[in-house]
Design a protein around this ligand. Structure first.
Ligand code: GTP
Ligand code: SPV
Ligand code: MN
Length: 580
C-alpha cells in the first residue's frame, strides 16, 4: 500500500474521528450496497425502477443548493498570489480554523476513501485525487463523474503525487461552511455542505481551481469549457471548446442537434463543463474532458431543447432537488411535459402546478454517466484528446454583445475573454440576473491571481504554433419585452457553422470595432423563421452601449495590480476604434 496515502488518511481520521473507514473500489456490488444503505437512511430515495432503471433521488438541505462563492477560499502563502478576484485566507489560519470544524465531524459516521482519476487511465493528461468524505451521495456522484476505485490506485502506484481532498457534511450549518483550496499543497478541505460543486472535489475544486494553478506552473490550461465535435457531410470532424459561465448553456451546446436543413451534419459531445488543454506535437491545442459524467442543470431540459440530455438521464442517474411524482418519476420546470397533478417539491413539501411556487429548485441537477449520451463522441476517451479549431467565449447579455463575432488574433481574443461579462444565475448563491464581469467564465474557478492567469493565456499563444481562432457568442439578447430574440439551443448550430467557416478562411464578415461580425447574409438561416430586423439587432454593434461597457471593464480591471500590458493595450485600442 502507498505509504503517503496511508499516512495522510491516518492524520485526517485522527482529526475527523469516523467510526469506520471504508475504501471505495468502484465495483457494481459496492454501488448496490451503498445505494441500499443510503435508501435505508433516507439520504436517497429510490425511483421507479421500471421507468428510470438505476436512478435515485436526493434532496439537499434547503440552505445548501448551490456553490457558495463567498465561502470559497484560495489559501496561498501570499495574498497577492490568490489575486484580486478570489477570497483569500492564510493557509495556516485556514487549516487551523477548519481543523476546528473537522474535529470529530465524522463521529458516528463512516469515512469513505475515494481514489479517483481526472482524465482517462494512463493518459498523459490525467491526474489522481483522493477524496475522503462522510457522504454516500458524494461517493455515488464521484462514481459517475470520475474514473474511480481500484483503477485510480493502480495509476497512483507508490507515488505521493495526488490531490488530497477532505470533505465532511459536518452539521451542514452555513455559518460553518468553507470550501478551502491550498494549491501549494495539492489540498482541498470542504466542510459543512452537501451540494455538488462544493463537495464533488474532483470537479470545480480540483479540475479547475487546483488544476489551473498546476497548468500555469506546467504550461497547460484547465478551463470551464465544453468540448464538441462538428462532423460535416464529408465526414470531417472539427472540434471547438467553449467557455460560458455556470448555467449559461455549455451542456446544451455540447449536446446540440443541428436543425433539419443541415443534412449530413452531426454534433459529437466530448465534454460539457471542463477542458484540460495542452499543445500537441503537431503544434495545435489538444483538449480532453477530465470528467466521466455530467452534473447538469435540470430545469429547461426538454425533448425540444436538449433531447440528448433527456435521453442520457433515463438510467443510472442521480437527480437532486427536482420534483418527485407519486409514481416515483421526476419532473422539473421546462421539461416540456405536463406537470404531475400533485407531487412533492424539491423541499419534500406537497406541491401542485397551480401553487404559485416552482417545484424544482432552479439549480436542481442530474448526475449522469457520459456513456449514456446518444451524442457522445467516439473520441471522448481518446487519451490524447481532440485538436481544437476554435475557442468560444460567451455569456448571458441582454444587451451589448452580438450573436457572434470573431477576434482579430490570439491577443485580442484573450482580451475578449478577459472582458467577458454575464448575468448571474442560480448556480451560485446570491442575486440572479445581475451583470458581472466573469473572465473566461473562470471568475469562481481560477486557483490563482487572475492577472497571472491572463498572462498565462497570452503566453500560451506564443507556445501554440497553430492556435485556435477565438470567438464570442451571446444567445441571450432580449427585446424591449425582455424576451430572448434568438431561438437558441439547436439553432445555435448556425453560429457554430459560421465559426467553422471563418476557421477555414471563409464565411462573410464585416470588420467592426469589436472584431469580425457576420454580414447580415453570412449566417445560414434556411428554414428559420426570423425577421431581417431581428437579425439586424442580433448582429448590431452599438458604440454607445460598448462605451458604457468599457467604463465598467475599466472599473473591474482597476482591481488588478498584475494586469498584463497587452490586455490594457487591447482595451485602449478598442476604445479608439469605437471612437472611430
Ligand atoms: P453549468 O453546469 O452550471 O456549468 O451550466 P451550463 O453552462 O452547462 O448550462 P446549461 O447548458 O445547463 O444551461 C443552463 C440553462 O440555460 C438551462 O436552463 C438551459 O435551458 C438554458 N439554455 C441553454 N442554452 C440556451 C440557449 O441557447 N438559449 C436559451 N434561451 N437558453 C438556453
Ligand atoms: C457550475 O456551477 O458551473 C457547475 C455546477 O457546473 S457545480 O459543479 O455545482 O459547480
Ligand atoms: Mn460549470
Amino acid at each position: 500500500m502507498n505509504q503517503a496515502v496511508l499516512n495522510w488518511i491516518d492524520e485526517m481520521a485522527k482529526m475527523t474521528k469516523p467510526d469506520r473507514i471504508v475504501w471505495i473500489d468502484g465495483s457494481e456490488e459496492e454501488r448496490q450496497r451503498l445505494t441500499a444503505e443510503a435508501i435505508s437512511t433516507g439520504e436517497l430515495l429510490e425511483l421507479n425502477q421500471e421507468k428510470l432503471p438505476g436512478c435515485v433521488y436526493h434532496r439537499t438541505a434547503e440552505n445548501d443548493v448551490a456553490r457558495v462563492e463567498h465561502l470559497t477560499f484560495i489559501c496561498t502563502k501570499k495574498k497577492e498570489d490568490a489575486g484580486p478576484t478570489n477570497n483569500w485566507m492564510d493557509p495556516e489560519e485556514a487549516y487551523k480554523k477548519l481543523a476546528g470544524l473537522f474535529d470529530g465531524a465524522m463521529k458516528g459516521r463512516t469515512m469513505y476513501v475515494i481514489p479517483y482519476i481526472m482524465g482517462v487511465p494512463g493518459s498523459p493528461f490525467s491526474k489522481v485525487g483522493i477524496e475522503l468524505t462522510d457522504s454516500i451521495y458524494v461517493v455515488l456522484n464521484m462514481r459517475i463523474m470520475t474514473r474511480m476505485g481500484k483503477v485510480a490506485l493502480d495509476q497512483l502506484g507508490e507515488s505521493a503525487e495526488f490531490v488530497k481532498g477532505l470533505h465532511s457534511k459536518a452539521d451542514l450549518n452555513p455559518e460553518r461552511r468553507f470550501i478551502c483550496h491550498f494549491p501549494q499543497d495539492n489540498t482541498i478541505w470542504s466542510v459543512g455542505s452537501g451540494y455538488g460543486g462544493n463537495v464533488l472535489l474532483g470537479k470545480k475544486c480540483f479540475a479547475l481551481r487546483i488544476a489551473s494553478y498546476m497548468g500555469q506552473k506546467e504550461g497547460w490550461m484547465a478551463e470551464h469549457m465544453l468540448i464538441l465535435g462538428i462532423q460535416d457531410p464529408q465526414g470531417n470532424v472539427s472540434y471547438v471548446a467553449a467557455a460560458f459561465p455556470s448555467a449559461c448553456g455549455k451542456t446544451n451546446l455540447a449536446m446540440m442537434i443541428p436543425p433539419e436543413t443541415f443534412k449530413g451534419y452531426k454534433v459529437w459531445t466530448v465534454g460539457d463543463d471542463i477542458a484540460w488543454m495542452r499543445v500537441g506535437p503537431d503544434g495545435r491545442l489538444w483538449a480532453i474532458n477530465p470528467e466521466a459524467g455530467f452534473f447538469g442543470v435540470a430545469p429547461g431540459t426538454s425533448a425540444k431543447s436538449n433531447p440528448n440530455a433527456l435521453a442520457t438521464v433515463q438510467k443510472d442517474t442521480i437527480f437532486t432537488n427536482v420534483v418527485l411524482t407519486p409514481e416515483g418519476t421526476v419532473w422539473w420546470e421546462g421539461m416540456g411535459v405536463e406537470p404531475p397533478a400533485e407531487a412533492l417539491d424539491w423541499k419534500g413539501n406537497p406541491w401542485t402546478p397551480d401553487s404559485g411556487r416552482v417545484g424544482a429548485h432552479p439549480n436542481s441537477r442530474f448526475t449522469a454517466p457520459a456513456r449514456n449520451c446518444p451524442s457522445i463522441s467516439p473520441e471522448w476517451e481518446n487519451p490524447q484528446g481532440v485538436p481544437i479549431s476554435a475557442i468560444i467565449f460567451g455569456g448571458r447579455r441582454a444587451k451589448v454583445a452580438p450573436l457572434v463575432y470573431q477576434s482579430f488574433n490570439w491577443q485580442h481574443g484573450v482580451y475578449v475573454g478577459a472582458a467577458m461579462a454575464s448575468e448571474t444565475t442560480s448556480a451560485a448563491t446570491g442575486a440572479v440576473g445581475v451583470i458581472r464581469r466573469d473572465p473566461m467564465a473562470m471568475l469562481p474557478f481560477c486557483g490563482y491571481n487572475m492577472g497571472d492567469y491572463f498572462a498565462h493565456w497570452l503566453e500560451m499563444g506564443q507556445k501554440i504554433p497553430n492556435p485556435p481562432q477565438i470567438f464570442h457568442v451571446n444567445w441571450f439578447r432580449t427585446n424591449e419585452a425582455g424576451k430572448f430574440i434568438w431561438p437558441g439551443f439547436g439553432e445555435n448550430f448556425r453560429a457554430i457553422k459560421w465559426i467553422l467557416e471563418r476557421c477555414a478562411g471563409q464565411g462573410k464578415a464585416e470588420t467592426t470595432a469589436i472584431g469580425y461580425v457576420p454580414t447580415e447574409d453570412a449566417i445560414d438561416l434556411t428554414g428559420l423563421d426570423i425577421t431581417k430586423e431581428t437579425m439586424h439587432s442580433l448582429l448590431e454593434v452599438d458604440p454607445e452601449a460598448w462605451q458604457n461597457d468599457i467604463a465598467n471593464q475599466k472599473e473591474f480591471f482597476t482591481k488588478f495590480d498584475r494586469l498584463p500590458q497587452a490586455i490594457e493595450d487591447e482595451l485602449v485600442s478598442l476604445e479608439k476604434r469605437l471612437q472611430g
